[in-house]
Design a protein around this ligand. Sequence first.
Ligand code: ADP
Ligand code: MG
Length: 684
Amino acid sequence: MSNVDERSLLIPVSVLNGAGPKRITALNKLGISTIEDLLTFYPFRYDDLSTKELDEIADQEKATIKGTVASQPVLARFGRKKSRLNFRFLVGQDVLMVTFFNQPYLVSRLETGQEVGVYGKYDVKRQRVTGMKLFTADANDDFTGVYRSSKEIRPNTIKNLVKLAYEQYGELIADIVPDSLRKKYRLESRQQMIHDMHFPASKHAADLARRSAIFEEFFRYQAGLQFMKSKNKHANGEVIAYDNDLLKEFIAKLPFELTKAQKKVVNEICSDMHHSLHMNRLLQGDVGSGKTVVAAIAMYAAVTAGFQCALMAPTEILAEQHAEKLAELFAPLRVNVALLTSSSTSRTAQKKELLSHLADGEIQIVVGTQALIQKDVIFHNLGFVVIDEQHRFGVEQRKILRLKGNDPDVLAMTATPIPRTLAITSYGEMDVSIIDELPKNRKPIKTDWFSKKQVNEAINFLAQQVAVGAQAFVVSPLIGESEMVELQNAQEVYQKMSSLFEPKFKVGLLHGQLKSQEKDQVMQDFKDKKYSILVSTTVVEVGIDIPNATVMLILDADRFGLAQLHQLRGRVGRGSSQSYCILIADPKNDYGKARMETMVQTNDGFLIAQKDLELRGPGEVLGSKQAGLPEFKVGDPVENLNILQIAQQEAHAIINAPDFERKTENAELINYLRRRIVQPAGFD
Ligand code: ADP
Ligand code: MG
C-alpha cells in the first residue's frame, strides 16, 4: 500500500483505532476494505428513537418512552443464551411492564427510582413494552441508522468505526457529481450526504441524503458505462460511406412504407455507420415489428459502400427464412446473397465454391448459423455484422464473428423486449434502438382467458378456425419437474388432439427431446401445411413466420411467466387474418391472475416486460448474473426509475461533452473513472 497517498479514502480500514485483525476480517466479509467502503456502508434502516408521550404512540408502534424504574429488575435465564429481564416502569400516572429479551447485562445498569428511556414496541392493551434499547443518560440520537452486521461484528461496532472514519477522514470526501449538476437537482455535497446517511438529525435529513445518494450511485455507474463506451468508440471502426441516393431508392421501392419507429432506428444506425466510431447497437423490437427489414436496409447501405455483410441466426430454419427474405428483397438490385449452414453446404464442392466467393468478395451478404464462425470462413472485407436473437449466442461467438473483419460495425437484434430499466442498466455499453410500434396493417391478436372447465369451448373455437383452413398451435403444460414428464404431457395432449381431429386434420408434435434438425423438419412441415395443428412444448422457435397460423392455445397458462406467454403469442398474428391467443388457466394466486389479466389487456411487449419486472423483480426476469445487472446499494432501478433515467442522460451529456476532461468540476469524477477503468472487475 506504499503507493497510496497516506491521506486518502482508499487506504485500508486498518488505519482506524479499534480495527484489529478480527474486526478487519469481519468487515472484509461485509465487503468493506477501505475507508471509502466503510463510509459508503450505509444503514439499511433507521429507527426513530425520539421520545413520545404514551397517548401519542399507536398499538405495536416503536418509540422511546421516558419514565422511572418502579420495581427491582428481575432477570430470568433460560439455557446459555436466552434470558428475560422484567421491571415495572412508571410513566406519568401509568405503570407499564417492560421486558428486555437476551440483554442480561442491562440488569447491572438499572436500579429502582432511576429515570431512564426505553425504546421498544408498545402493546397498548396489555400495557407492556418489549424493550430494544435502554437510555440511562440523555445519550440518545433521535433518529438513528441500523447497520447490516454479522455474527463476527455488532452493528454498534460498525457505527462507531464509521464515526471514527468520518471524524478523521471526512474532510477528504470530494464530490463525484459535478457542482453544476448538484445545483440543478438540489443535491447535497458528498460530505454532507455521507454524514447524513449515517448520522441524520431527523427523518427529513435522512430522506434528503438518501435522494442524493441514489442519484450519485446511478450517476457514477452510468458515467462508468458511458466512459467505457466513449473509449471503445474512439477505437478505430470502419467508416461506412454508403450511397445515400441508392439507399433512399431502395427504401422507396419496398412494398410498404416504413413505420415511424423503423425510420427512426434506420437513421440511428446509418448515422453510426457514417462515423469512424465503432458501432455496437442493440435493436429491440417485438416479434413482427419489422427488424429484418431494418437490418436489410443497413446491410444494403454497407454494400453500397463496398463492404460485405454477415447475418448470424441461432438456428438453421431462422437462417433459411432470413436468406429467403433477403434474396427476394435484393433480387432486383443484383446483390449476391448466400446461405451458409451445415446442411446448406453439406456437399464439399458446394461449400468450397461458397467459401471462395466469400474470400474474393463476390458474395456481398452471407446469412448463416454458427457455421459462419468456423475457421475456414474468410471474408474479403467484412464491414457490417448483424446478429439475430443475440442472447442466444455467447460473447465468444459474437467476438469471433467480429474478428473476421476489421472491427466491423455490429447490430444485434432481439425480440425479447427488455424493460427500459434493465436496458439502461445492463445494456449500458451498447447503444439501444427501439422499434416500439407494429406496422399498421397488422391486426392485434385477440387474447382470451378461459378456466379449465371451459376448455371444450376453446377447442371448438380452434376447430372452427381449422375448418376454414387456418392452422393452430397447442402448447402443452410446462411441468418443470423433468423433460420426460413434459414429453409425456405433450404426448397426452397430442393423443387427445389426434383422436379429436384426425384423420380429417393432421396433428403434429414438437418437443425438446427431438434433435435440432428434427425440430426444424417439424416446423418446416407445419409451415408447408402438412399439419393443421401443432402440439408443442415451449420449444417452438421464436421468429418463425407461419402466416397461416391463427390460433395459439396455451394449456395451464398460469405456469408460464409473462415474457414466455408473450413470446408464445407472437408466433401467431403474422398474416393478414385475425389471430387469437387462448389461455387456459385456473391461477391459484393473485400473481397468476395478474399475469393472465395483463396478457388479455395488452399486446405491447414493452409494457408486458415492465409489468413482469414489477411483479417478479429484475433478478428473476433476466437472472441478474446473466444480465450483468449491477447490485446497487441504495438505489432500486425499478422503484427509482426516473432518477436512473436522469442520471443516465446527465452522465451521457457530461462524458461526451468536448471539454469533459478539462473542466475542473469534473476532476473527482475523472479520478473515479480512471481508477475504475484499470480494475478488471468493472464498475460497482
Ligand atoms: P421481426 O423480425 O421484427 O419479427 P420482420 O422483419 O420479420 O419482423 O417483419 C414481419 C413482417 O412484417 C414481414 O413480412 C415484413 O415484410 C413485414 N413488414 C415489416 N415492416 C413493415 C411495414 N413498415 N409495413 C408493413 N409490413 C412490414
Ligand atoms: Mg426476426
